[in-house]
Design a protein around this ligand. Structure first.
Ligand code: ADP
Ligand code: MG
Length: 302
C-alpha cells in the first residue's frame, strides 16, 4: 500500500478558536476519502493546510512518504478549493489550453480531460454561457490536466441542481475507477456514502471517526427497554461487555450494542438476572442517525 498523504496531530488555531484539533489520518493510493462534517468543522482548513495555503499551528503532514518537498509534491496534486476562475469570453478549450501553458503541461491533455468530465461536445463554447455544473466540471478537467496522483475537491456539488450533483458524482467515481486517489470535503453524509470508500468525520475540528464508510455503517444497533426495576436494568447492562453507551430516554433505557445480540437472547439474559422486561425493541441505526449521533453538539459524544 502506498501512502499518498500522512497527517499527524494536525492543529490550526485562529486566536482562541481551534479550527483543526489534533487530526490524524492517512490517505492510501487508490481510495476515495471523504472529510465529512457540518459547516465550520474544519474541512476546508485541513485541505488548505495540506495544500500549503493555510499555515498549520502544530502537527505535521507529509506527501508521498516525505521524499519530496511540499512544493514538488503539490505538482502531483490536483485541487479545487475555491470557485474556479476562468476567462468568461474564452471557450472551455481555450481556457484549459491556457492552464496547460501555465502548468507546463502538453496541450493534448485538454481533450482527455474534457472527455472525462463530459464536456468534449461543449469545448468550443464560451465559459460565460456555462451552467454552474458545467463550470464545476471544467474546474475538475483543469485539475486533471497534469494527471495528478490525487484529486482534492472541496464541497464539489455545492449549489448544484440534482442533475448537476448526479453528474459530478458520476465523474468523481469515473476518475477514481481510473486509479486516481480522491479526497473530497463534504457536509453531506449522503454524498460521502455514495462516493467515498473511506471517511474522516470532523466536528468542531476534532476527528470523531476515521475508517471505512462500510464499517461506520456496521453498527450492531441498539435496544430500547423498560421494566419495573430500571436501576437494576441499568446496572446489569453497564456491567455487560456487549453494551456500549447506555442512555435514558424518557421512560426507556436505550443501550447500544457492541456485539451481535438478538432480542430473545437478551431477554433471556436479563430474565436470568431477575429482570422481566415490559418493553424490548431492537433497532439498527441508519448511517444518517450515526452521523447525527457522532456530530451532535453534546459532551456525551467523544
Ligand atoms: P468547513 O470547511 O468545515 O466549513 P472551515 O475549515 O472553513 O470549516 O472553518 C473551521 C473554523 O475555522 C470555523 O469556525 C471558521 O469560522 C474558522 N475559520 C476559518 N478560516 C478562518 C480565518 N481565516 N480566520 C478566522 N477563523 C477562520
Ligand atoms: Mg469548507
Amino acid at each position: 500500500m502506498e501512502t499518498i498523504l500522512k497527517i499527524e496531530n494536525l492543529t490550526k488555531k485562529y486566536g482562541k478558536l481551534i479550527a483543526v484539533n489534533d487530526v490524524s489520518f492517512n490517505i492510501e493510493k487508490g481510495n476515495v476519502y471523504g472529510i465529512l462534517g457540518p459547516n465550520g468543522s474544519g474541512k476546508s482548513t485541513t485541505l488548505g493546510i495540506v495544500l500549503n495555503v493555510v499555515n498549520k499551528t502544530s502537527g505535521d503532514f507529509s506527501w508521498f512518504g516525505g521524499k519530496l518537498s511540499t512544493h514538488e509534491a503539490l505538482k502531483k496534486v490536483g485541487a479545487i478549493i475555491e470557485h474556479p476562475n476562468f476567462y468568461p469570453y474564452m471557450t472551455a478549450k481555450q481556457n484549459l489550453e491556457l492552464v496547460c501553458k501555465i502548468k507546463g503541461v502538453a496541450k493534448n491533455q485538454v481533450q482527455k480531460s474534457l472527455e472525462i468530465v463530459d464536456l468534449l461536445d461543449r469545448q468550443d463554447d464560451k465559459f460565460k454561457g456555462f451552467s454552474l455544473g458545467m463550470k464545476q466540471r471544467l474546474a475538475i478537467a483543469s485539475a486533471l490536466l497534469n494527471e495528478p496522483e490525487i484529486l482534492i475537491l472541496d464541497e464539489p456539488t455545492n449549489g448544484l441542481d440534482p442533475q448537476g450533483i448526479h453528474q459530478i458524482r458520476g465523474i468523481i467515481k469515473r476518475i477514481a475507477a481510473n486509479g486516481t486517489t480522491i479526497l473530497l470535503a463534504s457536509h453531506l453524509l449522503d454524498e460521502v456514502e455514495k462516493v467515498c470508500s473511506h471517511v474522516v468525520v470532523l466536528r468542531k475540528g476534532k476527528s470523531l471517526y476515521v475508517g471505512k464508510v462500510d464499517e461506520m455503517n456496521a453498527s450492531f444497533g441498539f435496544v430500547t427497554m423498560q421494566c419495573d426495576n430500571m436501576p437494576l436494568l441499568k446496572e446489569v447492562l453497564s456491567s455487560h461487555k456487549g453494551f456500549g453507551k447506555i442512555t435514558e430516554e424518557g421512560e426507556y433505557i436505550v443501550a447500544y450494542l457492541n456485539e451481535e445480540m438478538d432480542a430473545s437472547s437478551l431477554n433471556k439474559l436479563l430474565f436470568e438476572k431477575g429482570i422481566s422486561l415490559s418493553h424490548l425493541v431492537k433497532r439498527k441505526e441508519s448511517l444518517e442517525e450515526q452521523f447525527l449521533e457522532l456530530t451532535k453538539n453534546t459532551t456525551s459524544t467523544k
